[in-house]
Design a protein around this ligand. Structure first.
Ligand SMILES: [Zn+2]
Ligand SMILES: [Zn+2]
Ligand SMILES: [Zn+2]
Ligand SMILES: [Zn+2]
Length: 417
């Protein structure tokens, strides 16, 4: 524990410096020190419950699905990209829940995690769904809004929904699924949008009355690109079967898959299967920066060094864990003491700022985080308005409460670079 004691020394040193600087007349110095003090406080608060290694983390990796039926809703998949495999296929989110609150576009499906909780009857099946606007400018606005203190009606460009069902439910057989491609859902789902295959298609093309849309926007887009040519022939000839509702969640061939992110199955593995790297050099180097700063007698450089050190140290810890399984896109650990693994020190969500469940008022806890590796799999380029994030962290109701609505919105925090 050489590193830890070196750090301890330097914290003592900084506290000493703080007192002397407040005695001085320089307001600017005091401000800098104050800012720094906050950082130190947060650091200390976190160190108190430094128990990362005690919590077993499940890692999620992306693979092309093994079977064509693996991602259908009756297979209860965890999946990324494509269209969602809605757990409750009827009572889907509607209205403002489906759109980016900032630009008004229908949100795009990111991923879903099947995470049943066995202790409770109503959570026999339980899936969390993440959606996001594909514009980075919206995500920036979203996080700007989040930093304002607890807005009444927050404007979000990223949303998470929790859906849960008991074993006995109208949509799936209560017999154990055979998982061989012969499972069938017990009932059809809602008709989905022919453009995005994601949201409820409760708007019809006014002319042919055969094609469904989730929004005026998707109707307009679809008209411009394809439907104005199709609509004339659609009368009797074109069979636009609503496959999404009848056979349990396959994407209709008509859905423009280029408007969705590429589809993968998420497979999980215990992080314990991946050993720690033998050398811990990166971490030690970062820690030793503190001692280097100490040797310098200018206070500013010590403080700068300390700030840099917090970021470097946070990143070093993150990178050490991530590098054990570099392809991971998801870290899952539902427990009241679990914490996200932050890539950076700044832009973390302080524990005290985790909101209460908006359905039951109860406590919310960390459940999983998405890493930026996902953007690589989604083929997101480095364009001006392309998505980029350090991590996306999902917090859910600790009791996984049963509210009246089928899709309960949970809380999501995005740490941006
Ligand atoms: Zn948007
Ligand atoms: Zn749509
Ligand atoms: Zn039409
Ligand atoms: Zn709740």
């Amino acid at each position: 524990m050489e590193g830890a004691s070196a750090e301890g020394d330097s914290m003592e040193e900084l506290k000493g410096l703080r007192i002397s600087s407040l005695d001085s007349d320089s307001e600017e110095d005091a401000a800098v020190v104050e800012e720094n003090r906050k950082a130190v406080d947060v650091e200390e608060e976190d160190d108190e419950d430094e128990d990362d290694d005690l919590e077993p983390v499940m890692l999620g990796f992306l693979e092309k699905p093994e079977h064509p039926w693996s991602l259908l809703r009756q297979s209860f998949p965890s999946k990324a990209g494509g269209a969602p495999a809605w757990l409750d296929p009827v009572n889907l989110p509607t209205g403002r829940h489906c759109v980016c609150d900032i630009c008004g576009k229908p949100l795009r499906f990111v991923l879903q995690v099947y995470a049943p909780i066995t202790e409770k009857e109503s959570t026999y099946h339980r899936t969390l769904f993440v959606f996001m606007c594909s514009k980075m400018s919206c995500l920036l606005r979203d996080q700007h809004e989040q930093w304002k203190h607890k807005p009444e009606q927050p404007s979000r460009s990223v949303k998470v929904f929790r859906c849960q069902l008991p074993l006995s439910n109208p949509f799936y057989s209560s017999e154990h699924s055979k998982n061989d491609g012969t499972d069938r859902p017990s009932s059809p789902g809602a008709v989905l949008c022919d453009r995005c295959g994601t949201w409820k298609g409760d708007k019809l093309c006014g002319r042919c009355k055969k094609v469904h849309y989730c929004s005026e926007r998707h109707q307009r887009k679809d008209w411009k690109s394809v439907h104005k040519y199709e609509c004339r022939q659609v009368d009797n000839s074109l069979q636009l079967s609503n496959a999404g509702s009848s056979n349990g969640g396959t994407i209709k061939t008509k859905v423009l898959t280029k408007k969705l992110w590429p589809e993968y199955e998420i497979v999980d593995e215990d992080e314990g299967e991946f050993g720690a790297k033998v050398t811990d050099d990166s971490q030690n180097n970062a820690l030793s920066l503190v001692s280097k700063g100490k040797a310098d007698d200018s206070m500013d450089s010590i403080i700068d060094g300390f700030k840099m050190d917090i970021d470097k140290r946070t990143f070093a810890i993150f990178e050490e864990r991530r590098s054990r399984a570099p392809d991971q896109v998801l870290r899952y650990c539902r427990s009241s003491t679990a914490k996200p693994l932050w890539p950076m020190f700044s832009g973390r969500l302080p524990k005290a700022d985790i909101p209460s469940c908006k359905h039951c008022g109860g406590r919310m806890i960390f459940e999983f985080q998405i890493l930026s590796t996902l953007l690589y799999y989604f083929g997101v380029d480095n364009g001006r308005d392309s998505l980029d994030w350090a991590t996306v962290v999902v917090y859910t109701c600790e009791s996984s409460c049963d509210a009246s609505v089928a899709y309960k919105e949970e809380f999501v925090w995005v740490q941006l670079y």
